[in-house]
Design a protein. Sequence first.
Length: 248
Amino acid sequence: MAEFTTGEAVALELPIARIPSRAGAFLLDLVIQLSLAATLAYAGLMLLLAADADSAWWSVTAVVTLVTVLVAYPVTSETVSRGRSLGKLAFGLRVVRADAGPIDFRHALTRGLAGAIVDFWMLGAFGAIAVISSLCSRDGKRVGDVLAGTVVVHTRQSLPMPALAVAPPWLTGWAAQLDPSGMSDELAGAVRQYLTRLRTLTPAAQHHLGTQLVVAVCAAVQRPVPTEYPPYHVLGAVLARRQQLSRG
């Protein structure tokens, strides 16, 4: 399991996919890629023979086939399915961002190019680089994951519900008037960590760290600091408001 912090400062623990399951998904994708390569090669061969094409066209066809099979297939499948190639779908895996959100074309393209060039084929010694980098990574990341800022997780296991902040009833009206868009993800993450670790702090540390965070948060949301409430009440109300708006 690895902890992810979403853009709304919600903590999630997701099961990381390791080498056995990723290898199974890779082999299934490889079978699909070989079938795709054979189909494209046969279609290209028939067209080139029928057109009596010269050697340049044979080279172009070979390059297009390789790029389609090695790059276009993983990039397209992961972009359309938001992180799942057919192999990953069969093994219950999914590529997600570092904040546990769905990937987009940019992430898929980075992973696809790195896979073709570094992890598996051109420089990857048929997957040796991907295996070594995955073993060296705490989250099982290959080079493409490191460059794209992604990680592969299991999706078939039941995932725990995120720990959402709740505003105290006496601060609900005050929090409802806030616009937390000025809070950075780093500040929201610091607030979340403070609230989740509150019971492990001494009273002095609770007050000191909480006061500093309240001042920073109130400056970000452009509101005066409410001094009549404990810091964790104010921080919980602001974080709850931010999470409420992010969920729509």
